[in-house]
Ligand binder design. Structure first.
Ligand SMILES: [Fe+2]
Ligand SMILES: [Fe+2]
Length: 216
């Protein structure tokens, strides 16, 4: 039976938020690329410029995964149908793997995550809550559109990442595979198409985040 959030679900949501921001993400799946003797901050396969470029792109992806966690957490919290809530929580767990992979790779590249991650989490949580409060079908539509845009973004990173950075590329490819899966599952669960202006607003909001996280 459908039920709204109660105190327990709010406490769980707060716990998930703190874990996403403060605890080292626990990945259920290993990083989808073997560690080689060349992997790491002294990676001989990458020039200093290439390493800097990889780090900036992986910082953007890490921030994107923080935002993805927040969206799914909020959409789970305000979902009406328990099956929709479970779908959102399951997707959020896969996003936790992505977060862990990006964090691992950032460390290997000798770089830090975005200092604005709490802001990305808070803003995305608010957006996810609005999507969820519009109803489950709209919320699923938001997932389908978000994942479509994330897929395009990750594919653009595959064009931009240095060809020698096989480990980052393998991570981005595996993430892209999961994001396509999330979008398809949302569609088959009854997602509605979002209006064009909403899709454009989502694109612009994501652009602000990706451009800022590239540097900060
Ligand atoms: Fe992801
Ligand atoms: Fe996803």
């Amino acid at each position: 039976m459908a039920r709204g959030p109660n105190l327990d679900t709010f406490i769980s949501a707060a716990d998930r938020a703190l874990r996403a921001l403060l605890a080292p993400p626990a990945s259920g799946r290993p990083v989808p690329a073997p560690l080689t003797k060349d992997t790491g901050p002294k990676d001989g396969a990458l020039s200093p410029e290439e390493r800097r470029e990889s780090a900036s792109l992986m910082r953007v992806n890490h921030a994107g995964e923080v935002a993805a966690q927040a969206l799914y957490h909020a959409q789970a919290l305000f979902a009406r149908d328990p099956d929709v809530r479970e779908f959102m929580l399951h997707a959020a767990r896969e996003e936790t793997d992505h977060l862990a992979w990006c964090e691992t790779r950032l460390k290997e590249l000798g770089a830090r995550p975005s200092v604005l991650n709490p802001l990305w989490y808070a803003g995305s949580f608010g957006i996810g809550a609005i999507a969820a409060l519009l109803g489950d079908k709209a919320s699923l539509g938001f997932v389908a559109e978000t994942e479509r845009q994330v897929e395009g973004h990750l594919k653009s990173h595959l064009d931009q990442l240095p060809p020698g950075d096989q480990r980052s590329r393998a991570i981005v490819e595996a993430m892209c595979h999961d994001e396509v899966g999330h979008g398809r599952q949302a569609e088959s669960a009854g997602a509605v198409n979002l209006p064009g202006p909403v899709r454009e607003l989502m694109r612009r909001t994501a652009r602000v985040m990706t451009h800022t996280a590239y540097r900060l």
